[in-house]
Design a protein around this ligand. Structure first.
Ligand code: KIV
Ligand code: ZN
Length: 508
């Protein structure tokens, strides 16, 4: 079995996708989850891009222990200095330098000749090596580069000290056959290639990112770059969960394995979706709500007779919680802690206290509390975790047809109770107006959506609503807020407060 390293770039390439930006606290939470998931390398950001990126890479370097932490850098001294400054305290630091090698990029973007590019690779990889033992070199747009020239670029990188050679299909143009051929070609033509890992980094513009990555594994690549839920530039990157489960399910074919704990896959996917507010498509492979659902009678009959008739994977292996009743309104804190722990959630006392309060509240309103319900409560506990954040204490809404909708909202902030009443065209507007007024904030609601947490599984009487909002203030950055409740107006209020808390936190 060949051990394939999983290089996760959710926090760098993934975060570059529209609507997927995360704040520092969220990035650290995600990085910790990636470590629990068992990825080998976390690309924590692009340190030179902004002071915030630098801070995030630095904080993640301090927060994780087992994983290698990488920062991206262009082939310039300034970028490499910043990358090293941000990762130098990581237990296992890596500098990831890149330079484009396709004719079109060299001529129009870099305005450099092939000779200049070769020289720059040698000089900058050697410069990075002066700081750090672990150096990755990426030839941007490798799949559209001249092969002989590309091999020379990688040979120079190895000679200067690169330990990983990454082969990106930057614009998602290549086919699986071409990517596999390219890896085989490089293995034959790069001098010193036996001293380095060959890595692959595929984008999904033609929907081929996972197939291309797997073709490279088959051809001898030993590292795959990917993101949770496949988020990333444009159509995204290769999806981590699909790559890992394909290698695991078809280990007979790939003769390969990863170090990922697959039971943490679903949890990682939900956490990311919860942080960014970007929903997971129901038909998404591995983690979508329908990925393990059998609708047709013929399939259901087959699965009852023998699950393997229509199931190639077990949902428990991906960590999907059981939707049977797990706890009831008489369950105590101890039982909750035990149940969460069996689901892989170890909460400290303060977090458990908060989840327990919401659990009791939910158990009063909902007959059965399932694994998914508990998971939602845990994921949404972040809503008022930060210092100086607001917390919903109580609310009363009067809504109907033919009369004004009114709201009374009571929040707690820094130990003080704030109250306000307002009128609106609908119950949600009335509630949001009251909150804006009491906080004296001019909040712009950019988008708003409501979904049922358990997709099609919950019955109407038992469903939990999840609201997702995008908010900004004073023309500044937008933030995603999420909230859940059996009452959709309450979920909407919680989502709004969660978004506002992020605005307040960023302003500190
Ligand atoms: O897509 C790409 O080429 C990249 C590189 C910087 C690795 O993200
Ligand atoms: Zn990329």
């Amino acid at each position: 079995m060949t051990r394939i390293k999983i290089f996760d770039t959710t926090l760098r390439d993934g975060e570059q996708s529209p609507g997927c930006s995360m704040n520092l606290r969220e990035k650290i939470e995600m990085a910790r989850q990636l470590e629990t998931l068992g990825v080998d390398i976390i690309e924590a950001g692009f340190a030179i891009a902004s002071p915030m990126d630098f801070k995030s890479v630095q904080a993640i370097s301090a927060a994780v222990e087992r994983c290698t932490v990488a920062s991206l850098a262009r082939c310039t001294k300034g970028d490499i200095d910043a990358a090293w400054g941000a990762v130098k305290d990581a237990r296992h630091p890596r500098i990831h330098v890149f330079l484009a090698t396709s004719d079109i990029h060299m001529e129009y973007k870099l305005k450099m000749t092939r000779e200049q590019v070769l020289q720059r690779i040698s000089d900058m990889v050697a410069y990075a090596k002066g700081f750090c033992e672990d150096i990755e070199f990426s030839a941007e747009d490798a799949s559209r580069s001249d092969r002989a020239f590309l091999a020379q670029c990688y040979s120079n990188a190895v000679a200067a000290g690169a330990t990983t050679l990454n082969v990106p299909d930057t614009v998602g143009y290549a086919t699986p056959q071409e990517m596999g051929d390219l890896i085989r070609y490089l293995k034959e033509h790069v001098a010193g290639v036996e001293h380095a890992d060959i890595s692959v980094h595929c984008h999904d513009d033609l929907g081929l990112a996972v197939a291309n990555s797997l073709a490279c594994v088959q051809a001898g690549a030993t590292q795959v770059e990917c993101t949770v839920n496949g988020i990333g530039e444009r159509a995204g990157n290769a999806s981590l969960e699909e790559i890992v489960m394909a290698i695991r399910t078809r280990r007979d074919f790939y003769q390969a394995e990863t170090g990922v704990n697959t039971r943490q896959i679903y949890r990682s996917s939900k956490l990311l979706s919860n942080i960014t507010g970007v929903p997971i498509a129901p038909s998404k492979s591995i983690v979508g709500a329908n990925a393990f659902a059998h609708e047709s009678g013929i399939h259901q009959h087959g699965v009852i007779a023998n699950a393997q008739t229509y199931e190639i994977m077990n949902s428990a292996d991906v960590g999907i919680p059981q939707n049977t009743m797990v706890l009831g309104k008489h369950s105590g804190k101890h039982a909750l802690r035990e149940k969460l722990s069996s689901m892989g959630y170890e909460l400290d006392d303060a977090a458990l206290e908060e989840v327990f309060g919401r659990f009791k509240d939910m158990a009063d309103r909902k007959k059965t509390i399932t694994g998914s319900d508990l998971e939602s409560l845990v994921l949404h506990r972040r809503s008022h975790a930060a210092e100086g954040a607001c917390r919903l204490v109580s609310h009363v809404i009067n809504s109907g047809t033919g009369l004004p909708n009114t709201s009374y909202i009571c929040l707690e902030r820094s130990g003080m109770k704030l109250e306000e009443v307002a009128i609106g065209a609908g119950p949600v507007e009335a509630a949001y107006k009251a909150i804006n007024h009491m906080l004296n904030m001019d909040v712009n609601l950019e988008s708003f959506s409501l979904n049922a947490v358990n997709g099609s599984e919950g019955t109407i009487g038992d469903a939990i609503g999840e609201a997702v909002v995008k908010v900004s203030a004073g023309g500044g950055e937008s933030f995603t807020g999420t909230g859940i409740s059996t009452d959709v107006v309450e979920a909407s209020i919680r989502a709004y407060i969660n978004g506002i808390n992020k605005i307040l936190e960023a302003a500190e």
